[in-house]
Write a protein that binds this ligand. Structure first.
Ligand SMILES: Nc1ncnc2c1ncn2[C@@H]1O[C@H](COP(=O)(O)OP(=O)(O)OP(=O)(O)O)[C@@H](O)[C@H]1O
Ligand SMILES: [Mg+2]
Length: 496
């Protein structure tokens, strides 16, 4: 393989009291896909942000094509040919897809005005190349999370990059979109672009990467040739210990019905959906992206309307006009889009955990008991092993996976009867995943009814009592435990 195009030596970085990186080494060759792996909060995104000119390292040097590089800001990173797809989407929601792609480098007409025609046609071409089926005139804010992520990818690739970094690019993509992305990566590799690839999905790393570097708690652990390692090795390097039981599940479904949905329809979104969830049951929802699962959950949670059908909670018909009424009646939902719907990013970890639950923490009619509040925060930070320097720091400074745990904590604190989890472990590392599974199992044992929407097939097969499969807005099958297999679910999900 070709020469090193990038070397990062002894990179260190502290944020206040948090020592995020403690002397990390990393190198990349032309035409190589080099994966970066580590638990939530290990420091992956921080290392990438240093490469991208967003943070300055306290120590260490970056060498590009054999020369020391001076990366002061985002523009200088771009001038070195570095393109980054960040973990959190940074597009401007009120601009069109085309305008976002060309933001800050718009082609101009000979009169010096923005060349709208060219922006549109070039953007449309790039989007089609990546297999994306959208009109580039659409406002980014109107796209789904997955589509936004794809636009980020188009944007990063459209700069003539030599070094491309992808920080969790597939976390909200469907299988088909992931395949398109992998195909694009192969093409870039042929053009000698070096790719740094961050993902918690080990099967992707085995499929795509040449080498894998593992970091733990800001320390460099080691680098392996992908062909010479396996998942046990990597997990041991990541967590520094063996994981015993990954999926914990003791089955304890009770007779008592918690939620019953009858012939629920919302025109052009989902149609004639009926199912029941009992106490202690975990009911899964599987299907391809766009099958209508999230929309159905939004409706049950009172966040969107429906046209026909009935919803019963504990045997009584309910008509929620909004989420507050659903929460009042004991429903909680961990949404798919944590940034848009789950967290108040500029507020503290503690604020977010207790946000939906302040009523329960009142000392009297007017005041919240500070002691109860503190206790509750500490309980969830410790139960879910949320990695945070203190509960008073801003949620936005936590790593992606730890932000997801804060969303889960926030809803658990409301002590719901019915908990709806929409992609609960997206972007969460293996260690934290197994912690979340054991918490979900415990909650089911305690009698909570749980609905779990997930695209992670092994997760849904191992955690659920039965799984509803949706396709094009219809419920096409409800598979019992003994019928659950990846092939079976995919067959119903694709209609194949
Ligand atoms: N701007 C910031 N201010 C304070 N602390 C920060 C900031 N950015 C990151 N950190 C801390 O640095 C550590 C490393 O975080 P980082 O986001 O790099 O983790 P990560 O490996 O990308 O994790 P994940 O897999 O969850 O995305 C964490 O403890 C995080 O809370
Ligand atoms: Mg990260």
């Amino acid at each position: 393989m070709a020469d090193k195009i990038l070397e990062m030596h002894h990179i260190s970085k502290t944020f206040g009291g948090t020592h995020a990186l403690k002397g990390i080494n990393f190198e990349l060759k032309a035409g190589e896909i080099h994966a970066l792996l580590g638990e939530n909060g290990a420091g992956k995104s921080t290392l990438i942000k240093i490469l991208g000119g967003i943070h300055k390292p306290d120590k260490g040097e970056i060498i590009i094509d054999g020369k020391i590089a001076d990366i002061d800001n985002v523009q200088s990173a771009q001038s070195y040919g570095i393109g980054i797809i960040h973990q959190e989407i940074v597009l401007v929601p009120y601009l069109s897809v085309a305008d976002n792609i060309f933001l800050g480098r718009e082609p101009v007409t000979k009169w010096g005005f923005k060349d709208k025609k060219q922006i549109y046609s070039r953007a449309q071409e790039m989007v089609v190349q990546l297999g994306l089926n959208i009109d580039v005139n659409t406002l980014v804010g109107e796209l789904t999370v997955a589509q936004q992520q794809l636009v980020e990818i188009v944007k990063a690739i459209s700069f003539n990059v030599k070094i491309l970094v992808m920080d969790e690019p597939t976390s909200s993509l469907s299988d088909e979109e992931v395949n398109h992305l992998f195909h694009t990566m192969e093409k870039l590799r042929e053009k000698n672009v070096g790719i740094i690839y961050i993902s918690h999905r080990l099967e992707e790393l085995f499929k795509m990467s040449d080498r894998i570097t593992v970091i733990r708690d800001g320390n460099y652990v080691g680098t392996k040739q992908t062909s010479e390692t396996n998942s046990e090795d990597l997990v041991a390097m990541m967590v520094g210990r063996e994981l015993e039981s990954f999926y914990t599940r003791t089955y304890s479904v009770q007779d008592q019905e918690v939620l019953k949905v009858e012939n629920l329809s919302c025109d052009n979104v989902f149609e004639d959906i009926s199912f029941t969830v009992h106490k202690g049951e975990i009911l899964g929802f599987s299907g391809l992206m766009g099958a209508g699962r999230s929309e159905l959950m939004q409706t049950i949670f009172g966040a969107s309307p429906y046209d026909r059908g009935r919803i019963y909670l504990n045997g009584e018909e309910v008509f929620f006009k909004n989420c507050s009424q659903a929460i009042e009646q004991g429903i909680a939902m961990v949404p798919e889009d944590r940034k848009g719907q789950g967290l108040v990013l500029e507020n503290s970890v503690g604020f977010n955990i207790t946000l939906s639950n302040l009523k329960r923490l009142m000392k009297n009619k007017l005041l919240v008991s500070e002691k109860k509040r503190k206790n509750q925060i500490n309980k969830y930070v410790s139960d879910l092993s949320i990695k945070t320097a203190s509960s008073e720091i801003e949620v936005s400074s936590l790593s992606g996976g730890n932000q997801q745990k804060v969303v889960i904590a926030k809803w658990l604190a409301t002590k719901p009867r019915l908990l709806i989890l929409d992609e609960p472990t997206r972007g969460v590392d293996v260690g934290a995943k197994s912690e979340i599974y054991s918490i979900i199992n415990q909650l089911a044992n305690d009698g909570m009814a749980i609905i779990m929407v997930s695209s992670d097939l092994p997760e849904i097969i191992n955690m659920c009592d039965s799984v509803c499969v949706m396709r094009n807005g219809k419920l096409v099958a409800q598979l019992s435990q003994s019928e659950l297999s990846q092939e079976n679910i995919m067959r119903y999900a694709t209609g194949g």
